[in-house]
Design a protein around this ligand. Sequence first.
Ligand SMILES: Cc1cc2nc3c(=O)[nH]c(=O)nc-3n(C[C@H](O)[C@H](O)[C@H](O)COP(=O)(O)OP(=O)(O)OC[C@H]3O[C@@H](n4cnc5c(N)ncnc54)[C@H](O)[C@@H]3O)c2cc1C
Length: 396
Amino acid sequence: MTTQKPRICIVGGGFGGLYTALRLDDLPWQPETQPQIILIDKSDRFLFSPLLYELITEELQTWEIAPPFEEILSNTSIQFHQDCVTNINLETQQVTKGSASVISYDYLVIAAGGKTPLDIVPGAKSHAIPFKTLNDAYRVKEKLRLLEESSPEKIRVAIVGGGYSGVEIAGKIADRLGKKGRIRIIDRGAKILDNASEFNRETAIKALEKRQVWLDLETEVTQVQSDTISLYYKGTIDTIPVDLVIWTVGNQVSQLTQQLPLEKTATGLLKIKPTLEALDRERVYALGDIVESKDVTGELLPATAQVAFQQSDYCAWNIWASINHKPQLPFRYQPLGEMMALGIDNATLNGLGLQLNGSLAYIARRLIYLYRLPNLQHQLTVGLNWITQPLVELLS
Ligand SMILES: Cc1cc2nc3c(=O)[nH]c(=O)nc-3n(C[C@H](O)[C@H](O)[C@H](O)COP(=O)(O)OP(=O)(O)OC[C@H]3O[C@@H](n4cnc5c(N)ncnc54)[C@H](O)[C@@H]3O)c2cc1C
């Protein structure tokens, strides 16, 4: 190690990176091994993405689902740098930030997350909006606002992908637009929510039917233009008018991760040991959407917040163990079930022996996510707001 006290550099402050940093800060350290923890993210805010849909319906506001890092980390010893990491040199153990300054590390955590690939279909990059970041949500919201203001008879929205994101955004937009909305979900598969539990899929299908969301299954998008989308179905291409295209399909690792000289899968995900260390590099850990996540049993795991969040616990612990010459632990995944928003004040939940839908599931989903928000201070502020807001609205 280069310094007496180890320096841990964490790239990416999402579910993998931020929670690793917070957990590391919480662990018991001897004064002589107390590490310096540096968290770098290009954004100034952590994004709790499972609640991103609620921005579209204005059920929630930015400050609730995306608190600034400065605020979350204010009572910790974690140093936050808002900057884009442009290079990682594993030989010299240095991270280069956008402004060309360099940070040396003893331990590296790579948790830079994925992005939605838009270059698969002609026109998608220019005319479709992904739904992954705060900025994407603002773009969708603004586009809907402009469409609503121009008062057309119908507002036609095409959502590419019938996975969790596609279904959740469809429900929210359907409720926002009401009778004016003409919403369709396009998926190349024979059914939506291929990975979901039967209960959640059936509840979601009913919720979409109730909102008259159209399903184009076994259908592929071949082109997107400014006001049309072309769909291939059973040998025929149909080009239909559209006002807004939202792209929710795919997960691609960023250039930064792609260029690392580490072992990867065919799709570019980093291969890691059960301890979350890179296969061919000691003291380099990786987690979340950029890795091929596996449980200790070898079972492949999906790219979800639930996986990244649970990995963060192990990542922090294993770094602590490595510094303190203790054995590291293999990652054991605990499936806790799944939840989905299905429009305003409506959700479905299947997990821990519970199956709920409707407003009960909506309340349970909110409470579970409240508990998962990054720190107690933020949980309390948001929780208090959720309790008092209906009263304020009633009185105003
Ligand atoms: C709309 C939406 C809803 C979702 N809902 C659910 C859900 O209900 N349940 C669930 O389990 N999962 C859900 N997911 C998936 C979940 O959000 C991801 O699996 C999870 O965020 C992955 O965590 P991560 O740490 O790998 O990446 P992220 O959380 O994406 O964090 C990556 C961070 O790295 C930063 N970063 C990237 N590149 C750089 C760079 N070069 N320099 C500096 N910083 C960088 C980014 O700014 C970001 O903050 C949802 C995702 C989306 C988009």
